[in-house]
Design a protein around this ligand. Structure first.
Ligand SMILES: C[S@@+](CC[C@H](N)C(=O)[O-])C[C@H]1O[C@@H](n2cnc3c(N)ncnc32)[C@H](O)[C@@H]1O
Length: 204
């Protein structure tokens, strides 16, 4: 079994500090308070936020999930994926869940998840979001598993059975959480998160 955690993902709602910014008027936040932050669209408003250089990247989570959930390993039932966010929430997903191929549909679904806390279909829970730190999540899911943190500065990565692999869900910077686990690299340069995720899945 392989468990992948996309950690400290830059997936969040538009924060209150910038909700009044003129460039966000078209979002009609009064009518629709659960809008996802996306740096492609709200770059100017985001300059006022701490860590603006890395925030607002739901696309990273979307691409990683498309790659992971459509992989043969997932279809064989040998993969679990968890999304941990910058605000210490964890998204749990059913293997039955089909990730929307369209980015806009994915964003709409994430907004519903932030609003309602869970998404059900046909009596089954597909998605659930809970408040939890990265270390709490790793502690919950790692009994009998090695925890491996992916980082381009680490030791050479080799696949092993029963591993929890942690990949940063951000485009710049490093993990903010101090992670007391071995760090592993697949290449001597920084790669995008979904390249690392695909490597980990397809070398399993
Ligand atoms: C785009 S990177 C984030 C940029 C960051 N400066 C970094 O640490 O690489 C996203 C994540 O991919 C993983 N990653 C990137 N390059 C890697 C490499 N060469 N080997 C292993 N993991 C890597 C790390 O988990 C990283 O947090």
């Amino acid at each position: 079994m392989l468990k992948i955690v996309i950690a400290e993902s830059e997936l969040e709602l538009v924060p209150h500090q910038i909700r009044g910014h003129s460039s966000l008027r078209k979002l009609k936040l009064k009518k629709k308070p659960f809008a996802l932050l996306d740096s492609n669209y709200y770059h100017r408003a985001m300059q006022a936020l701490p860590d603006a250089y890395r925030r607002g990247r739901p696309d990273i989570v979307h691409i990683c999930l498309l790659c992971a959930m459509e992989s043969p390993l997932n279809k064989k039932g040998e993969l679990e994926v968890y999304i941990h966010t910058r605000n210490d929430e964890v998204i749990y997903m059913s293997p039955l869940w089909k990730v929307p191929k369209s980015y806009h549909r994915f964003v709409g679904l994430m907004e519903q998840l932030f609003e309602k806390g869970r998404i059900d279909a046909g009596g089954h829970e597909l998605l659930r979001i809970e408040k939890k730190t990265l270390l709490e999540l790793l502690n919950d899911i790692s009994s009998g598993f090695d925890v491996k943190v992916m980082n381009f500065h680490g030791e050479a990565y080799e696949s092993t059975d029963n591993a929890v692999v942690v990949i940063g869900g951000f485009s710049h910077g490093d993990f903010k959480t101090k992670l007391p686990y071995e760090q592993y690299s697949i290449f001597q340069q920084e790669l995008v998160a979904w390249s690392v995720l695909n490597h980990v899945i397809y070398t399993k």
